[in-house]
Design a protein around this ligand. Structure first.
Ligand code: 0RA
Length: 637
């Protein structure tokens, strides 16, 4: 079907079901559901761009942060009358559920999962919606309230060019809280501008008084650059591998950008029809398969296989940073959050595009390819070395457990794991106070001396060479990296106890970074905590109070000092200054202390923030993580 007319629309049903059960259509009426409305309208505009008709999109978040306008310069939604219903196509699009399903089949829909239910759902859930269309020299407008037209479409004047503008204000009788999140919208628009090369997207955030334009001539290759820079990963080669394939026989469109870096993990961001697929799926699997085969073929044909070590698929992909974007005509999503692609045909389609293209690229960039192969062989050797070290530790632990534990660990005496704790303490003198003040049965103390290695951009073998960190790994007993096993963890809680000053914050950050990078399961299983030692002692009359920071101190003084004389305030220089008994009462005793649980709210965001912050002001980094920790704060009594 070359072009569309109103007769192609199949009318299905009205909008009552949407207002009756909004959750069925947008997932819920909370913040995520509210933002679905924006994605719906945006997707329609992006579809128009993706199919080659629009090149500019503007999204305006209005002053009140509770209404949105999306404008595109596409063909404009048709306003001609539908033969059967005698309604304009525009009205049908906005008032009939699923109307639009029959739009040109050869086109791609951005939508997947919950998306794609269209403009009519947004209309149904809006207090007011105004659609404006420019076509054929005129401007047309139709208004709606709670999904029902307020009059027919009418001509409101002459116009040049073409396009569609949709203004909507969500209905407060449906959504308990209507406040759009400018940052969330901005992030989505920015990613869209990378996935749709050249598309110019303007975000006019009136609510924040800020206007931004996103446009990237190199598309996901630009996105890859940004990710590599954010992760402060050192590239193994300068120019990235990039592959763009317009629709093949099966209708698959594919866009890949890929670079090897010195980082020790693999980082793939994948998208299907512009929607992030956080749980991967067949497109990612096809990509990995093609990548692996291309590299193996290259290594074999050039006789580069290493002696004494076998390359695994993980070795080949270590340090890879990649963006994969595919457009599939009928995507099927699965998984709890519907963010995994399930179309089986996509696996072989992506594999068979990536493999020859990458192999060809390697063969035409021989010196680059050789550095990549060297990088891969190094990964394999490091893996072998760390496995050997790990086995050695495991073997010793199995035979004579006490002997192999680090000498400076003061272990707890009770064998029960779940109610035992290990405190990682900065410095020997603090370690001494903690050792005397602790509950010997349940609390172990591991003092760390001096600076912990910044592990952000360091290989696993370097990590294991660092005495402080290898002692920590041995004391925890659960291994790290690919050899991590939570069941071997020797304690129920892992508690970082650092001074309340900026040096202490720095050390705590380095430790958290280490744990996050090399044993993230410790954090995701909720076993890592920050102790909160006091920074001030406040004596007022006969009473003593402890404050963890300046604000806390001021609060306590205000609360307790009136009319009781001058409060006496002592600032601790470090944990080592504190009497063991005081340390017990304020920081160690499970009945009186407060712990902050370290939590990862969002993997990608945390990942990026850690990368961005490492190497800058240490206290700032830590504060952030403290705030994160406080987000998920739990009183641990
Ligand atoms: C189908 C046909 C035509 C335009 C559109 C859909 C269209 C829909 C939206 C939604 C937001 N912006 C849009 N822009 C265009 C026009 C077909 C023709 O003119 O031949």
């Amino acid at each position: 079907m070359a072009s569309y007319t109103a007769k192609d629309i199949t009318v299905l049903e009205g909008l009552e079901p949407v207002r009756r059960r909004p959750g069925m259509y947008i997932g819920g009426v909370g913040s995520a559901g509210l933002h679905h409305l924006v994605w719906e309208i945006l997707d329609n505009a992006v579809d128009e761009a993706m199919n080659g008709y629009a090149s500019n999109i503007t999204v305006t978040l209005h002053d009140d942060a509770s209404s949105i306008t999306v404008t595109d310069d596409g063909r404009g939604i048709p306003i001609d009358k539908h033969a059967k219903t005698k309604k304009s196509a525009l009205e049908v699009v906005f008032t009939m559920l699923h109307a639009g399903a029959k739009f040109e089949h050869a086109n791609y829909k951005t939508a997947g999962g919950l998306h794609g239910v269209g403009a009519s759902v947004v209309n149904a859930l809006s207090k007011e919606l105004v659609a404006t269309v420019k076509r054929d020299g005129a401007q047309w407008e139709q208004k709606f309230k709670q999904g029902a037209p307020v009059g027919a479409v009418k001509k409101i004047g002459a116009a040049r060019g073409s396009g569609t503008t949709v203004f909507f204000r969500p209905d407060a009788t449906i959504f308990p809280k209507i406040e759009f999140d400018g940052d969330l919208i901005r992030e989505r628009l920015e990613i869209s501008s990378y996935l749709h090369k050249g598309l110019r997207i303007t975000f006019d955030n009136e609510a924040a008084g800020k206007k931004q334009v996103f446009q990237h001539s190199e598309g996901i290759a630009d996105y890859l650059k940004k990710i590599v820079a954010e992760r402060t990963a050192t590239p193994v080669h300068d120019a990235a591998f990039a592959l763009t394939r317009e629709s093949d026989g099966s209708g698959l469109r594919l866009d890949v950008a890929l670079q090897w870096t010195q980082s020790t993990d693999e980082h793939v961001r994948s998208y299907v029809n512009g929607i992030p697929t956080g749980s991967g799926g067949t497109h990612e699997n096809g990509f990995r398969a093609g990548l692996g085969k291309a590299v193996r073929n290259f290594i074999e044909t050039h006789n580069l296989s290493p002696k004494g070590v076998t390359l695994t698929a993980e070795d080949i992909r270590e340090g890879v940073v990649a963006v994969l974007s595919v457009f599939v005509q009928e995507p099927q999503f699965q998984g709890q959050t519907k963010d995994r692609l399930n179309n089986p045909e996509v696996l072989s389609a992506v594999d068979s595009q990536v493999r020859p293209a990458l192999e060809h690229w390697l063969n035409t960039n021989i010196s680059v390819a050789e550095s990549i192969v060297a990088r891969i062989i190094l990964a394999a050797r490091a893996r072998e070395a760390s496995r050997a070290a790990q086995q050695e530790v495991a073997r010793k632990t199995a035979t004579s457990s006490r002997l192999t534990l680090p000498g400076k660990l003061s272990d707890c005496t009770s064998p029960g794991r779940d109610d035992s704790e290990i405190f990682i303490v900065e410095g020997d003198s603090a370690g001494g106070s903690a050792k005397q003040g602790r509950d010997r049965a349940r609390q172990a103390i591991l003092p760390l001396r001096g600076k912990v290695l910044n592990t952000e951009s360091v290989s696993l073998s370097k990590v294991l060479e660092n005495k402080e960190l290898s002692d920590l790994v041995t004391a925890l007993g659960c291994g790290l990296g690919k050899n991590f096993e939570l069941s071997r963890l020797r304690y129920g809680k892992v508690i970082i106890l650092a001074d309340a000053d900026s040096d202490g914050h720095h050390i705590a950050t380095l430790l958290m970074t280490f744990i996050y990078r090399h044993m993230p399961q410790l954090i995701t299983s909720g076993r890592v905590f920050l102790a909160q030692p006091p920074l001030y002692r406040i004596d007022i009359g006969k009473d003593t109070y402890w404050a963890i920071d300046d604000a806390h101190r001021d609060r306590l003084v205000k609360q307790h000092a009136n009319g009781r004389g001058r409060p006496e305030i002592t600032r601790f220089k470090g944990l080592g200054e504190m009497m063991p008994k005081v340390l017990w009462e304020t920081t160690l005793n499970p009945r009186t202390r407060r712990l902050l649980r370290v939590d990862i709210a969002d993997q990608i965001i945390t990942d990026r923030i850690i990368n961005e912050l490492m190497g800058k002001d240490p206290s700032a980094r830590f504060r952030f993580i403290m705030e994160r920790a406080e987000d998920a704060q739990e009183l641990d009594v």
